[in-house]
Design a binder for this molecule. Sequence first.
Ligand SMILES: [Zn+2]
Length: 90
Amino acid sequence: MSKPRMIQPRWLARFLAFVCGYFWLPCPLCKQDFAGFEAGESGLMNTPYEGQMVCAGCSEQAHLISMERWAIWREHGVLKRDALKPYGLA
Ligand SMILES: [Zn+2]
């Protein structure tokens, strides 16, 4: 599967993010600045209830890390059925 591409040059992506109202932040995995419209399909879950968006190039890696974390949280009983109901995950 090919990775979605980010707009080059980066100044143009930053300009479009500013003009169109998207965020412009560093990706938590690769540290490269990216615009909100360049975010990948998967986010990086930091806790069972909170996560961060990542760039399109890091989406697959973020998904794998998040799944590993979910397994650990589930194993250690961090995930409580009632706490997840508002998110439709229980
Ligand atoms: Zn990234």
